[in-house]
Design a protein around this ligand. Structure first.
Ligand code: SAM
Ligand code: SF4
Length: 360
């Protein structure tokens, strides 16, 4: 006889089929799933929500991911690169407002000048914050040597989404060339872990061609590689990208949103003490999306503190929220939102992944 959802939720380990059942749960089963992940979250990571001030400092990218609005071939994008002094100013803002951490994110570049520039910026941010600001970077695929240089300069967490753990699906959503290789992405995650970064990955949820089995395998993949942090959220189509052609085959935005919540919830049960971010894409679909994710398992939120003048040019997908709010507005709005979700802001704390700490 088939197990009930309650029976699955009693288990210590989930099989792929268990995960698929949980991801498909509805009604009272879905409620039981969310109740379990909320309970586990409170028990293992508490109700603190950590802020990471996010600066999307450049939309210049050498890659051409078929889903992304700022891909190199999109000639309609106004390209920008925020001056270093402005980036440091944003880091000062994060520090003064007692955000525990700062995230530097951009399109992918790997030229010598870029690598040296990031190294100097990291040192500078460490200096101006008296080493009080945790630094996460999300700058795509690099050599092990580059990752090491940036680690030595002060970055201690790195986010590199695998996008999909299914190589075939990965190949369908990326151009077929050496620049976009699943093996390289996997190798990069390995380098990051070997160097000692708190390593984060994630996937897009609701991609064309993606199955429930794929998503279950994504969660098992995160468990298998023993990841410290995860940021995952719904795929949202952008009409200036090749993947827009599949828009009629996608599940509704509402369903992508619900499935993303269930992915977060199941992952919280599987990996109890990791950090899970409540992604901005959730809010693009539901104005209370990030709060809902916090209630059922996420414990990290990334207020956007990119200077407002450039926010509208970092459109990975359409209807991105908060593109016209200043950093102060963003902080006030986040505080209210987290209180609404019964969370407490972990002001001034790095909010390191407990999972990473327990391993080291
Ligand atoms: N360039 C770096 C990289 O790709 O790792 C970091 C920045 S990239 C914009 C950050 C993430 O945005 C990607 O890992 C991808 O999952 C997400 N993203 C891009 N296009 C998206 C879309 N249309 N919908 C949802 N997420 C998207
Ligand atoms: Fe560039 Fe990242 Fe977008 Fe790919 S997802 S095109 S690497 S910014």
């Amino acid at each position: 006889m088939e197990k009930t959802i309650d029976q699955i939720l009693q288990q210590d380990q989930f099989t792929k089929n268990d995960i698929v059942r949980l991801l498909k749960s509805e009604g009272k089963d879905e409620k039981a799933l969310f109740a379990k992940s909320s309970e586990i979250k409170l028990k293992y990571v508490g109700n603190n929500v950590y802020f990471r001030g996010l600066v999307e400092f450049s939309n210049i990218c050498k890659k051409d991911c078929l889903y992304c609005g700022i891909r190199a071939s999109n000639s309609k994008v106004n390209r920008y690169d925020i001056a270093d002094a402005e980036i440091v100013k944003a880091a000062k803002f994060a520090h003064e407002h007692r955000y525990g951490s700062f995230i530097l994110q951009s399109g992918e570049r790997a030229d010598k000048q870029f690598i040296g520039r990031i190294e100097n910026l990291l040192k500078e941010i460490k200096k101006i914050s008296n080493n009080e600001l945790g630094i996460t970077i999300s700058l795509g695929e690099q050599t092990k040597e580059t990752y090491q240089r940036w680690f030595n300069a002060g970055a201690h967490r790195y986010l590199l989404r695998i996008e999909s753990s299914n190589k075939e699906l990965y190949n369908k959503i990326h151009p077929n060339n050496k620049e976009h290789s699943h093996e390289t992405r996997l190798e990069c995650l390995k380098f990051l872990q070997e160097i000692g970064y708190q390593t984060g990955t994630g996937v897009m949820i609701g991609l064309p061609f993606q199955t429930y089995d794929d998503l279950a395998n994504d969660l098992l993949f995160m468990q298998k590689i023993d990841i410290d942090m995860v940021g995952m959220g719904p795929f949202i189509e952008h009409d200036q990208t090749p993947m827009y052609q599949y828009k009629d085959q996608l599940m509704s935005l509402k369903d992508r949103f619900r499935l993303s919540l269930k992915m977060i919830s199941v992952l919280r049960i599987m990996m109890k003490d990791i950090n899970i971010a409540s992604s901005t894409a959730l809010q693009a679909i539901d104005p209370l999306g990030r709060e809902k994710a916090i209630r059922i398992g996420a414990n990290v939120i990334m207020p956007n503190i990119t200077p407002t003048t450039e926010r509208a040019n970092y459109l990975l997908y359409q209807n991105k929220p908060c593109i016209d709010e200043g950093a102060d507005d963003c902080t006030n709005c986040m505080e209210a939102r987290i209180n609404m979700a019964d969370g407490e802001i972990g002001y001034g704390e790095w909010g390191d992944s407990k999972h990473y700490k327990n391993k080291h």
